[in-house]
Design a protein around this ligand. Sequence first.
Ligand code: AHG
Ligand code: MN
Ligand code: MN
Length: 337
Amino acid sequence: MSRQKQTLGEFIIENQSAFQYSSGELSSLLNSIRLAAKVVNHEVNKAGLVDIIGAAGDTNIQGEDQQKLDVYANEKFIQTMTKRNIVCGIASEEEDDFIAINSQDENNGNKYVVLIDPLDGSSNIDVNVSVGTIFSIYRRVTPVGTPVKIEDFLQKGSEQVAAGYVVYGTSTMIVYTTGAGVNGFTLNPAIGSFYLSHPDMVFPEDGHIYSVNEGNYIHFPQGIKNYIKYCQQEEGDRPYTSRYIGSLVSDFHRNMIKGGIYLYPQSSKNPKGKLRLLYECNPIAFLAEQANGKSSDGFTRTLDVQPTELHERVPFICGSKNMVEKAEAFMREAHGE
Ligand code: AHG
Ligand code: MN
Ligand code: MN
């Protein structure tokens, strides 16, 4: 079959045997994410109709409460993944603690934990700008059949078995990796199927786009300030172009296709940065590395950071390899190394 006509469902099955622990369970989990993405996509597309169908907090005509979209997305992803007996625990940006699934059942053979940002860039919803969902999948480290524990979630990003995102943009796409490259699938809304539209995605080694919230400039460390000035300097192929959507998923997606760097550094306002290690930075870093890009906090590879809590934040610099290395050089220099 021509690769271009392959659906996501077909691709998942065809590539199952290439996955080292292939037992069909990961495929089933990816399929449940695909299904939830379609349901959330449908709801995200109606966001502009809020004045007609009611805003969050209202009660609709069927007497149901209208929910905020991030709460809705959270529920849909959790419901869909819980129904299939594959996941033993889920951690979400929208939940203070992790959720244990069927933890009282000794016969529960579920091996995987999922960490998720159900709706990323949610402040963009009201203004019709693209948002996303980010997911990260690990094998549990505690024995199968016992209640899931916090250490199952606090694994280094390098232990991820799969990660990806959905981008609800001008078209809706799922982009994911199981550690053998990155592939992107575009939803045909008329048919309701995702088709392989972006096989083997790779970052250009160099790029011309830098993405950072420059409103925070005065609060940034000196190394980041110097790097931003470097991006703006007129020399060689510079100045670079600045592009910042404010949805990590969309900014990353564009940079991976066109070549670029995304920065959310620490600042005097947010000493550890803003983005969350477990369900924002690690999955995006895994995708970046699988696509020949790079990701760090300026000094340490993102995937090597040992997490200590579920919602911890890290500074995040991610994108085209040469650009990230240049930013790291500026960080080291300002640090006196
Ligand atoms: P979320 O909507 O899940 O809270 O995440 C928003 C994140 C990320 O998507 C985006 O890149 C960043 O926050 C934007 O932050 P600023 O508004 O501070 O630039
Ligand atoms: Mn987010
Ligand atoms: Mn979110």
